[in-house]
Design a protein around this ligand. Structure first.
Ligand SMILES: *Cc1c(COP(=O)(O)O)cnc(C)c1O
Length: 370
């Protein structure tokens, strides 16, 4: 068996190669690279896809989160509820505003924020809840919407890992007051570099974001706010338009591969397999299993040239960057338990059945020789 990489964009890129080359050529010859037609077109398409009123392209997922928080006037004196178990960008965007990060443990079975614990962390200073649809699965948005309504809090979704996912048939990225996503190349919908977007139904926020992402210009030469430079460029937007047409089909392929893994790995060793509540349409950005023997299992797979990853080995609260918050080991035991036991298996649209079978056989062999 050929080495199995953690992720291959090969099959996707083969399928769209011709269309992408044509779009890049057209964009190059058009000679208009920033804030043009291709961006407007993609923004409309992604808004329709997400079932929201508006989409605005920005420079990255981190920028999308930062600008969304800024649009809601989140800042010092505010508290924002975030998952303890997430990619560090979620935390960084919040702490940069000056607001206080209030981490909440994940559920052991879904890896997303434990909605039953969120209520315990609400204070008069709480301004927003920032749910992250981690690994491709929606948080329990029914409960979160209910909590937000009861306490008059804003929801700001981090949808970087869950393009096309839904909860009770409603798209992630359409629940919050304003939402952020990333088009980093490895995401389910990725561009050819950095990119991100904001989705919202609120026109007044659209006006703010349009200005803020472009230095705060209200019109040529007139600055209304002290903005930033964070724009999704024309070439990236044109590529995203092409990829978006295939996204649901690619997500379906991810789900098929995931269901094969689930079937072949059921009951094997001490594995804990991903769990999906019936309300969730999981788009398997990552296929994350758990084992007390994670590191040994990872080494075993690597020795047979199967590449795996760990998302994420060191939680944000234990990063040096957040030493000032004073969290010690043990502060968030479930988050730390996941960090020590989670293993992400290879999964990508176009991955072959033989590859899935091979990985599962290796895992079964690992446990039978123990
Ligand atoms: C990728 C990611 C981000 C950041 O996106 P960038 O485009 O890399 O800035 C934020 N949150 C989550 C959950 C992510 O996975």
């Amino acid at each position: 068996m050929e080495p199995i990489p953690f992720l291959s964009l090969g099959p996707q890129h083969t399928l769209i190669h011709k269309d992408v080359m044509e779009a890049l050529k057209k964009g190059f010859e058009k000679n208009w690279f920033i804030l043009g037609e291709a961006l407007g077109k993609f923004e409309e398409e992604y808004a329709t896809f997400s079932n929201v009123g508006y989409c605005l392209g920005v420079g990255s997922g981190y920028d999308a989160l930062s600008i969304a928080l800024r649009a809601c006037a989140v800042g010092s004196g505010d508290e924002v509820i975030v998952p303890a178990h997430t990619y560090i960008a979620t935390w960084l965007a919040v702490s940069k505003t000056g607001a206080k990060i209030v981490p909440v443990e994940p559920s052991r079975s879904t890896f997303t924020i434990d909605v039953n614990k969120v209520g315990n962390y609400i204070t008069p200073k709480t301004k927003a809840i920032l749910p992250v649809h981690l690994y491709g699965q929606s948080c329990d948005m029914s409960v979160l919407e209910d909590i937000a309504k009861r306490h008059q809090l804003l929801i700001i979704e981090d949808n970087a890992q869950a393009h096309g996912a839904s909860w009770n048939g409603k798209m992630t990225g359409s629940f919050g007051h304003i939402n952020a996503t990333s088009f980093y190349p490895t995401k389910n919908l990725g561009c050819l570099g950095d990119g991100g977007a904001i989705t919202t139904d609120h026109e007044e926020l659209v006006r703010f974001v349009k200005q803020y992402r472009n230095y705060g210009f209200e019109s040529k030469n007139f600055c209304e706010v002290q903005g930033v430079n964070s724009r999704l460029d024309e070439l990236q937007a044109s590529v995203l338009s092409i990829k978006l047409k295939h996204l649901m089909q690619w997500n379906e392929q991810r789900r098929e591969i995931a269901s094969k893994f689930l079937k072949l790995l059921k009951g094997v060793g001490d594995l804990q397999l991903p769990f999906s509540p019936t309300e969730a349409y999981h788009v398997y950005h990552l296929f994350v299993i758990r084992s007390a023997h994670r590191d040994k299992l990872r080494e075993h797979l690597a020795s047979f040239h199967v590449e795996t990853m760990v998302h994420y080995p060191l939680p944000p609260h234990l990063q040096k960057a957040y030493a000032s918050l004073g969290y010690k080991k043990g502060a968030f035991p479930i988050t730390e338990e996941i960090a020590n036991s989670a293993l992400s298996l290879p999964l990508w649209p176009g991955m072959k059945d033989e590859q899935v079978q091979y990985i599962c056989d290796l895992i079964i062999k690992f446990y039978s020789s123990r």
